[in-house]
Write a protein that binds this ligand. Sequence first.
Ligand SMILES: NC(=O)c1ccc[n+]([C@@H]2O[C@H](COP(=O)([O-])OP(=O)(O)OC[C@H]3O[C@@H](n4cnc5c(N)ncnc54)[C@H](OP(=O)(O)O)[C@@H]3O)[C@@H](O)[C@H]2O)c1
Length: 289
Amino acid sequence: MAKVAFIGLGVMGYPMAGHLKEKGGHDVTVWNRTSEKAAKWADQYGGKHAPSPREAASGAGFVFMCVGNDDDVRSVVYGEDGIFAGMDKGATLVDNTTASAELARELAEAASEKGIKFIDAPVSGGQAGAENGALTVMCGGDQADFGEAKPVIEAYAKMVGLMGPAGSGQLTKMMNQICIAGLVQGLSEAIAFGQKSGLDIEKVVSVISKGAAGSWQMENRHKTMNEGHYDHGFAVEWMRKDLGICLAEAKRNGARLPVTALVDQFYAEVEAMGGKRWDTSSLLALLNR
Ligand SMILES: NC(=O)c1ccc[n+]([C@@H]2O[C@H](COP(=O)([O-])OP(=O)(O)OC[C@H]3O[C@@H](n4cnc5c(N)ncnc54)[C@H](OP(=O)(O)O)[C@@H]3O)[C@@H](O)[C@H]2O)c1
């Protein structure tokens, strides 16, 4: 059992912190910007909540965070009430936020100057994965630090991998999002095509999902897409944040991402249709407009 802090109790963080308490059996203290959520979490799981990230992190062996973007991470890590101000030397900071690789390297360096260990650890698996404690966790950091943190992370994961030095977890998540962007556009075009052809989409998917075109998105999203429902899963505004991170990294490393850039523009159009909070399969709504 470890003393653990969790910062950021959103859709993902709330259940992840719950698994650290219930499944991991750890002594968990949480902090959330909107303090009602932290009080609710403490009531529900029997843990503690602190008045600032600094106080939550104080005395913890492992500090987790899962907030929105790079700026949000900086705002909870730095400053006199920030995580770094409370953390002890030798403790480990694990960032589950999907953020840039640059930020991960910056935090690793700043942590190292304070004698703190750092692991970037973005996740995949969505709200359901977080609630079921079955996330895929892509880590970047030092091998020995990862070895210590892995058994703690496993409380909310079904797969935890070290991909390389600091930033490698975020780069891996970028590959994940690049795969999804093109794939969901392809799936949307196929469903729109099938609908226009008068095919029974359910019947078609029951056959082609078993062949080379099959995918998680096809299995899990075709039914709601065919019905025109886009109100679950990963929001378009989060996807645009992630694709922005991918495109900025590609500018730095010279990779070409023509389809990713195009799909990002399609998502911008979905947002203009009022779909900021629709899930990512809403690319179909654009084709069927
Ligand atoms: N949702 C998914 O399916 C999914 C899947 C994989 C990865 N992710 C990634 O996981 C991260 C969190 O996603 P989520 O869906 O849990 O988001 P969310 O429900 O919007 O929650 C965001 C959390 O971050 C906190 N926060 C945001 N900005 C902050 C700031 N400046 N200072 C302090 N706290 C701040 C929020 O506090 P308040 O409660 O006060 O607003 C909330 O606790 C994102 O990076 C997202 O891309 C999400």
